[in-house]
Design a protein around this ligand. Structure first.
Ligand SMILES: Cc1ncc(COP(=O)(O)O)c(C=O)c1O
Length: 452
């Protein structure tokens, strides 16, 4: 076993050391990958070292250099060393982090990291939390708690009765709501038909006046979903205005802070999240800006009773902790058995510390500003967003031009980023979320666009 793990560590280090030179997107076709990885299920066993060696060779050929400082796609971070190493330990220990009794250290580390996160992200009202797979499941958890609460206020026990016959809930969200929010509503049975789209401004921020008008159309149970960090522009909703309107309407307020909530970790950027602390629930990710390996999301809730009622589970064969005793994670998560995700988050936070996390956020934002300045000099480029955070959105004069330049840069292997649509036209978006990105990475990427 020790030999196998040593050899695997070397293979992992080889991958990391190849990052400066390998194309950011692999130059391989899907059929080639199928041929390398496919074939019939072997009838008999294969030596584990051989399996790992072959997997590493074939997998490496089809791996995107996501940990590279020149990967700017979607909103994806890398993995800081302590988090990567802690993630290896997580697999090695193989705790089932559903119950305290199946992994006491896993349970306590989540307690500690949950409190650290609420402090760092400036959400003191967050009184319960759960480590989940990502913001998608954080939303599903928060929406289930919200649904529980707003229906309980109207005398409806949704946990027992379900939704048939329940008062209709309306969910108010900005027109640029992230697609994971309506999906969460589908998952919890509210459906996308429950969403009332609220007008946004040119940066994708929900308009407070439009929210007020929309809320005035209902007296029924309501949930308001605000956003810290729009996925294209990085813009922040006006939380205080939104919180005032939600409060007056008696609505539950949720904040999608998948990456934007991390602005709160920096004194330079914390003003962007002002008012977000007034929410009833928040979603964020560890695998984006904290640079924890996939998968890692966190949900927080200001109303632990609603959160727990929506998630808790009991079975005679389980060993549940006593009330007021240790924390059983499965009372707060949608999963039953689960990976001990807290270790990697804990290790990332402990290794970076408060100052290191602030520096990471600020560095990424400064690189985004540098990129916007550089790309703005490339003939024909129009930068479409106010670069307030780590996102840059831009385009070339025509849609064809934009797509062709994006494809050329992707194919060059210098960097990778994705396209988007903004105002009905093709655009390119850059998200600087990786702890390793340097000014040189930014300049090389700008140069790649100029050359394209
Ligand atoms: C604003 C926002 N919300 C939600 C998500 C979904 O996050 P996850 O992929 O962790 O579920 C993203 C992902 O980029 C996002 O940017």
């Amino acid at each position: 076993m020790r030999e196998l793990l040593r050899e695997t560590a070397d293979l992992a280090a080889d991958f990391l050391e190849s990052l400066p030179d390998r194309p950011v997107f692999p130059r391989i076709e899907v059929d080639d990958l199928r041929a390398r990885l496919g074939g019939p299920l072997p009838d008999g066993p294969t030596d584990p070292a051989e399996v790992v060696r072959e997997l590493a060779a074939a997998g490496d050929a089809g791996a995107v250099a996501i940990p590279s400082g020149r990967y700017f796609g979607f909103v994806i971070g890398g993995a800081v060393p302590a988090a990567l190493a802690a993630d290896w330990l997580t697999s090695t220990w193989d705790q089932n982090a559903g119950l305290y009794v199946a992994g006491p250290a896993a349970a306590v580390v989540e307690e500690v990291a949950g409190a650290w996160l609420a402090d760092l992200l400036r959400i003191p009202r967050a009184r319960s939390f759960a480590f989940v797979t990502g913001t998608q499941m954080a939303h599903a958890t928060a929406m289930a708690a919200a649904r529980n609460h707003v229906l309980a206020e109207r005398g409806w026990d949704v946990e027992e009765k379900g939704l048939t016959g329940a008062p209709r809930i309306r969910v108010f969200a900005g027109d640029k709501v992230h697609s994971t929010l309506p999906r969460a509503l589908r998952l919890i049975g509210l459906g996308t038909g429950s969403v009332v789209r609220v007008a946004v401004d040119g940066q994708g921020r929900m308009r407070g006046d439009a929210l007020r008008d929309a809320l005035a159309t209902t007296t029924g149970p309501a949930i308001v979903c605000a956003q810290a960090g729009e996925v294209n522009t990085g813009s922040f909703d006006p939380f205080d205005e939104i919180a005032d309107a939600a409060e007056e309407a008696g609505a539950w307020l949720h904040v999608d802070g998948a990456f934007g909530l991390w602005a709160a970790a920096s004194t330079r950027f914390a003003h962007l999240t002002a008012g977000a602390e007034r929410a009833d629930s928040w979603s964020t990710d560890g695998h984006k800006w904290l640079n924890v390996p996939y998968d890692s999301g966190i949900v927080f809730c200001a109303r632990p009773d609603a959160h727990r009622r929506a998630m808790s589970v009991h079975a005679d064969y389980l060993v549940h902790a006593d009330e007021g005793g240790p924390r059983d994670q499965m009372d707060w998560t949608p999963e039953f058995s689960r990976r001990a995700r807290g270790f990697a988050v804990y290790a990332a936070m402990r290794s970076l510390g408060r100052s290191g996390i602030a520096a990471l956020v600020e560095r990424c934002c400064d690189h985004a500003t540098r990129f916007a300045a550089g790309i703005g000099e490339v003939p024909g480029v129009e930068v479409l967003n106010d670069v307030v955070l780590n996102q840059v959105l831009f385009r070339f004069p025509s849609d064809d031009d934009t797509q062709a330049r994006l494809a050329a840069v992707q194919a060059s292997g210098v960097a990778w980023m994705s396209g988007s649509v903004w105002g009905g036209r093709q655009a390119i978006r850059i998200s600087v979320s990786n702890w390793q990105t340097t000014a040189d990475d930014i300049d090389r990427t700008v140069a790649a666009f100029a050359a394209a």
